[in-house]
Design a protein around this ligand. Structure first.
Ligand code: AMP
Length: 219
C-alpha cells in the first residue's frame, strides 16, 4: 500500500501519520522529520535545508526528491509506505510518479486533510514537539501529563522554530500557492479523498481508517 498524506501545516498530518504507521504497519516517510534529523546532525544537507526551513520556506525540489528516492528504494519500503509532507509541489509529484513508474508501481491513495486557516494557526502556535522522539503535543488540545516533558520518552518538549507566527503565515502561503496544484493532480487521477480534520484526533483517525479499509476492501 502506497499512501500520501496531504494537508496544510498544522492540520494534524504528523499525528495521523504515526497512527496509520502503527495500525497498518507501513513505514512513514516524513520529509519534515528527515530534514530535522539532517539539521540536528549538522550534515551538508541539513545546513543547506535549515536556512529555508527556519524562515518557513520550502526546500528546493532536487534535494527533497533525492532524499525521498533513497528512502523509498530502500529495503524497509518494499511493501509500501506512507508519505507525509511530500510531494509539496507539482514538480515533486511528477518526479515521484516517474520514480515509481521505473519500478512498475503507483500511488494507491492520497488523503487530503482539510481545515480552515485560523484553526491551523491556533493549532500550530500551541504545538510542542519532543526533542528526543518527535512525539507531538498541544498546550491546550493534547497537553502532556507533566508540562514540558514528553509522556512517551521523558524528552524535553519544545516549540519548533517554524511554529512561530511569522513563519506559520509563510508556510500557509506556500501551501496555498504550491501545494494546492498537487491536490488537483491527484484529484484528476481519481486517487484523492478529502477528509475534514476538525474534531478530535480519534475522530479524524476513524475517518481515515474507514477510507483505507474501503480501499483495501476489509469489512
Ligand atoms: P513539516 O514538518 O512537514 O511541516 O516540514 C517542515 C519544513 O521542512 C517545511 O516548512 C519545509 O521548509 C521543509 N519541507 C518538508 N517537506 C518538504 C517538501 N516536500 N518540499 C520542500 N520543503 C519541505
Amino acid at each position: 500500500m502506497r499512501l500520501i498524506l496531504l494537508g496544510p501545516p498544522g492540520v494534524g498530518k504528523g499525528t495521523q501519520a504515526r497512527l496509520i504507521e502503527e495500525h497498518y504497519r507501513i513505514p512513514c516517510i516524513s520529509t519534515g522529520d528527515l530534514l530535522r534529523e539532517e539539521v540536528a546532525a549538522d550534515t551538508a544537507l541539513g545546513r543547506y535545508a535549515g536556512s529555508f526551513m527556519e524562515k518557513g520556506d520550502l526546500v528546493p525540489d532536487e534535494a527533497i526528491v533525492e532524499m525521498v528516492r533513497k528512502r523509498i528504494e530502500g529495503p524497509l519500503c518494499r511493501n509500501g509506505y506512507l508519505l507525509d509532507g511530500f510531494p509539496r509541489t507539482l514538480a515533486q509529484a511528477q518526479a515521484l510518479e516517474e520514480m515509481l513508474r521505473r519500478h512498475g508501481v503507483e500511488i494507491d491513495l492520497a488523503l487530503n486533510l482539510e481545515l480552515e486557516e485560523e484553526e491551523l494557526v491556533r493549532r500550530l502556535t500551541g504545538r510542542r514537539t519532543c526533542q528526543r522522539c518527535g512525539a507531538i503535543f498541544h498546550v491546550l488540545f493534547h497537553p502532556p501529563q507533566s508540562e514540558g516533558v514528553c509522556d512517551l520518552c521523558g524528552g524535553a518538549l519544545v516549540q519548533r522554530e517554524d511554529d512561530r507566527e511569522e513563519a506559520i503565515r509563510r508556510r500557509l502561503g506556500h501551501y496555498r500557492e504550491e501545494t494546492a496544484p498537487v491536490i488537483d493532480y491527484y484529484r484528476k487521477q481519481g486517487k484523492l479523498k478529502d477528509i475534514s480534520a476538525s474534531g478530535s484526533i480519534g475522530e479524524v483517525e476513524r475517518k481515515i481508517d474507514r477510507i483505507i479499509r474501503k480501499m483495501l476492501q476489509v469489512p
